[in-house]
Write a protein that binds this ligand. Structure first.
Ligand code: NAP
Length: 285
């Protein structure tokens, strides 16, 4: 299963699993069991956020899993309402209490909105103090990422977590991240199940050619071939096992080109360059 999960090295030397388990939209009452199942099938990277309202349950699962702290890689994200230097520090203190951890492996600025620079300065200080092993951003388009890489105080983000799936492949964004030394991490690799992605004919054909792999396995393998860290979510343990069973096959150039042809370079969720997106997040606060 996930025994042979691979690792990448971030720009500060920290190792990170190339596959991770996401907890967005898992209700708090289901989160502990889901994370326990994910750890049991072999996931070592768990992704949560202050926004997901399930950090405490992720923490319970970490403690009950019996897996050593140093073997796990835990990510959380700072929400927009905490984008003030002091508020950001306080909110991370609260996240650490909820998670029951004395350090967090990775903390991201969740959205490229409002005063995210103040929050990033707080991340830099906590990073310097050793409370966070790696820091980064999320949903930063190339212009915003280049901006923060240029105007940072000290630390270049280690990660930029963005939507990446066959319909929004983000090849140019990845090139920009690589130029800046930032690792791309994919959220919503299955497009949250939209657009009948699990029945996509191209993905199914490629899966059949590769020994009967499923569309979800083809997508995750495609990301691994591109050296992109992939987070996926399911509350179904069989699917967790399916989604981590991707280290026994490889896609060839023809497969990669066919998947490239599915790219529409268009988000299925939010376009951060769209004023309505900004208004929508503002209304959420
Ligand atoms: N930074 C951000 O702004 C941001 C945004 C979105 C997500 N994320 C992170 O990325 C993670 C993954 O993205 P996501 O949750 O948006 O969606 P996703 O992983 O693209 O898709 C999840 C959906 O796929 C289904 N699914 C999973 N594996 C399957 C399989 N093998 N066969 C059939 N259906 C399957 C799940 O259903 P079941 O649960 O019913 O199996 C669920 O409906 C999140 O959990 C979160 O940690 C971050």
């Amino acid at each position: 299963m996930g025994d042979n999960i691979q690792y990448l090295t971030l720009n500060n030397g920290i190792k990170i699993p190339i596959l991770g388990f996401g907890t967005y939209q898992i209700p708090p009452e289901e989160t502990k069991q889901a994370v326990l199942d994910a750890i049991d099938v072999g996931y070592r990277l768990i992704d949560t956020s202050q926004f997901y309202n399930n950090e405490a349950e992720v923490g319970e699962a970490i403690r009950e899993s019996g897996v050593g702290r140093e073997e796990l890689f835990i990510t959380t994200k700072v929400w927009i309402s905490n984008y003030d230097y002091e508020k950001c520090l306080d909110s991370i203190n609260e996240s650490m209490e909820k998670l029951g951890l004395d350090y967090i492996d990775l903390i991201l600025i969740h959205q490229p909105l409002s005063d995210y620079y103040s929050a990033y300065r707080a991340l830099e200080d906590l990073y310097d103090a050793g409370f966070i092993k790696a820091i980064g951003v999320s949903n930063f388009y190339p212009d915003r990422l280049t901006d923060i890489c240029s105007f940072k105080r000290r630390v270049i983000p280690q990660i930029n977590q963005v939507e990446v799936n066959p319909f929004n492949a983000q090849y140019l964004a990845q090139a920009n991240m690589e130029k800046n030394g930032v690792q791309m991490q994919a959220h919503s690799p299955f497009c949250q199940g939209k657009r009948d992605i699990f029945k996509n004919e191209t993905l199914i054909k490629i899966g059949n050619k590769n020994g009967g792999k499923t569309a979800s396995q083809v997508i995750l393998r495609w990301l691994v071939e591109r050296s992109v860290i992939a987070l996926s979510k399911t509350t179904n343990k069989d699917r967790m096992a399916e989604n981590i069973d991707i280290f026994d096959f490889a896609l060839d150039e023809e497969d990669m080109l066919e998947i490239m042809n599915l790219d529409e370079s268009k988000t299925s969720f939010f376009n951060y360059q769209n004023p309505e997106t900004v208004e929508r997040f503002y209304e959420l606060l």
